[in-house]
Write a protein that binds this ligand. Structure first.
Ligand code: BJW
Length: 228
C-alpha cells in the first residue's frame, strides 16, 4: 500500500527518556496517589490544593527537561512528510513542540495552559496560579484550573482526530499503555478503515494484539530508526 496519510499517537513513554515519569510504571505514583485519584473533577472539587500541588510539581519538573531523540525524529518527519500527518499526543508536556513539531494536537490538554471555568478563557499558565488565583481575562477569583482533560471529561478535538483516522493509511502508536480510552481505541478505528498499524513501546500494550507490526524497546532508539 502507498502510505500518504499518517496518524501518530504518543503517550507518556515517549517523554520517559527526557526524565518525565510515566503514569502506570513503577515510578507512576505521585506522593502515593494514583493518577485516577488525582486527575478527576471530583478529586479537584474535594481537594483543589492537592490537585494544584500535583500540577505545580509537574510544571516545575517540565522546566528542567528537554525533548529527546524520539521527539526530534517525529519533528523531522513532520517537517519532511509531504502527505497528511497528525501527531495526536496524550501528553500534557510541551516536548513535541519544543522539538519543532507543528502538526500536533494535545487531546488531554496542556500543562502550561490555564482555563477559567467562569469565562471559558484559556491562557498560558503564569507562575503560581493555584487555588484562589485571579483569571487574567475576567478577573474572577478561584475559577482557574489546569487546562487538563481529567477522567470523565471529553478529550479535545475528537472530531478532528476521528476524521484523520478515517483517512489514515498508517497509524503509529508510541509509548502508551493502551489503558485509557478513547485513545486506546484509535487502533481499532484505523484497522477498520484499512490502515496499517504499528506499535512502538517498551513492552506490549494492552491493545498490542490489534497492531500489524510491533517493535519493543526504548522510544528514543526505536522512533529515530523508524523515521530514518
Ligand atoms: C516507554 C518508555 C520508553 C516507558 N520508550 N515506551 C471502563 C472501560 C472503558 C473506558 C472507561 C471505563 N471507565 C471509564 C472509562 C473512560 C476513561 C478511561 O479510559 N478509564 C480507564 C482507566 C479505563 N476515559 C476517560 O474518562 C476519558 N474521557 C472519556 O472517555 O470521555 C467520554 C468519551 C466518550 C466517547 C468518545 C470520547 C470520549 C478522559 C481520559 C483522561 C485521561 N487523563 C490523564 C491525566 C491527565 C493528564 C495529566 O495530568 O498528565 O491522561 S490519565 C493519564 O493516562 C494521562 C495520560 O495521557 C493517559 C494515558 O497514559 P499513557 O500515556 O498511556 O501512559 P502510561 O503510563 O499508562 O503508559 C506509558 C507506556 O510507555 C507504558 O506502556 C510503558 O511501558 C511505556 N514506556 N518508558 C517507550 N522509554
Amino acid at each position: 500500500m502507498t502510505i500518504r496519510n499518517i496518524v501518530i499517537l504518543t503517550g507518556a513513554g515517549i517523554s520517559a527518556e527526557s526524565g518525565l515519569a510515566t503514569f502506570r510504571g513503577p515510578d507512576g505514583l505521585w506522593e502515593g496517589h494514583r493518577v485516577e485519584d488525582v486527575c478527576t473533577p471530583e478529586a479537584y472539587a474535594r481537594d483543589p490544593a492537592l490537585v494544584h500541588d500535583f500540577y505545580d510539581a509537574r510544571r516545575a519538573k517540565l522546566g528542567t527537561v528537554e525533548p529527546n531523540a524520539a521527539h526530534r525524529a517525529l519533528a523531522r518527519l513532520d517537517a519532511e512528510w509531504s502527505g497528511e500527518l497528525l501527531i495526536v499526543t496524550q501528553n500534557v508536556d510541551d516536548l513535541h513542540e519544543r522539538a519543532g513539531a507543528t502538526r500536533l494536537l494535545h487531546m488531554h490538554g496542556e500543562l502550561m495552559q490555564g482555563w477559567c471555568t467562569a469565562c471559558g478563557e484559556r491562557f498560558r499558565w503564569a507562575g503560581l496560579m493555584g487555588e484562589g488565583a485571579e483569571c487574567p481575562s475576567c478577573g474572577r477569583k478561584g475559577a482557574v484550573r489546569p487546562d487538563i482533560v481529567w477522567f470523565g471529561e471529553m478529550p479535545y478535538e475528537m472530531e478532528r482526530i476521528d476524521a484523520a483516522l478515517r483517512d489514515a493509511d498508517l497509524f503509529v502508536s508510541i509509548g502508551t499503555s493502551g489503558a485509557v480510552y478513547p485513545a486506546a481505541g484509535f487502533v481499532q478505528t484505523a484497522r477498520y478503515v484499512g490502515a496499517e498499524t504499528l506499535e512502538m513501546n517498551l513492552e506490549p500494550s494492552q491493545g498490542s494484539l490489534f497492531f500489524d507490526e510491533r517493535r519493543y524497546g526504548r522510544a528514543a532508539a526505536l522512533v529515530p530508526a523508524w523515521v530514518g
